[in-house]
Design a protein around this ligand. Structure first.
Ligand code: 4NP
Length: 145
């Protein structure tokens, strides 16, 4: 199964979700291929935000090799599941066109509901990572059933 985590800049929330899902899936022995992208184009080729990288590294997730990219129309067919971090990301992905990927808001699929707050604006990188870890556990519970 191929999963794409999607946010606005692809330097805070979605790279963190990518690394958390990949790490947790591997720990469970689940065959999951995970990538991430942004709807915006400002950070194409850039590494994740240094604050996100630091908080993630403290919890065992290495984001240093990830680079920002923008979602493209082909992603809507290449992935089975697109996990949007907030309602705007979901609407923007749907506006790109038709595809075969199932598109869900990340926290909705996790049974938590709502948007993942953007730490680029809130500054709460710790809180966002905790939320992403909780949601990832719930989603992997669901996918392994
Ligand atoms: P992200 O956060 O969507 O979680 O990667 C953002 C990072 C950068 C910007 C917006 C959101 N920006 O406007 O540059």
């Amino acid at each position: 199964m191929k999963v794409l985590c999607l946010c606005l800049g692809n330097i805070c929330r979605s790279p963190a979700a990518e690394a958390v899902l990949r790490t947790k899936a591997a720990l469970r022995g689940l065959d999951l291929s995970v990538d991430s992208a942004g709807t915006g184009n400002w950070h194409i080729g850039a590494p994740p935000d240094a604050r996100m990288q630091r908080v993630a590294r403290e919890r065992g997730y290495d984001l240093s090799g990830l680079r920002g990219r923008q979602i493209v129309r082909a992603d809507l067919k290449r992935f089975d599941l697109i996990l949007a971090m907030d309602a705007r990301n979901l609407a923007d992905a749907r506006a790109i066109g038709a595809g075969t990927a199932r598109m869900e808001r990340f926290l909705d699929l996790a049974g938590i509901g709502g948007d993942v707050p953007d730490p680029w604006f809130t500054g709460d990188f710790e809180g966002v990572l905790t939320l992403i870890e909780r949601a990832s556990d719930a989603i992997l519970d669901d996918l392994s059933r």
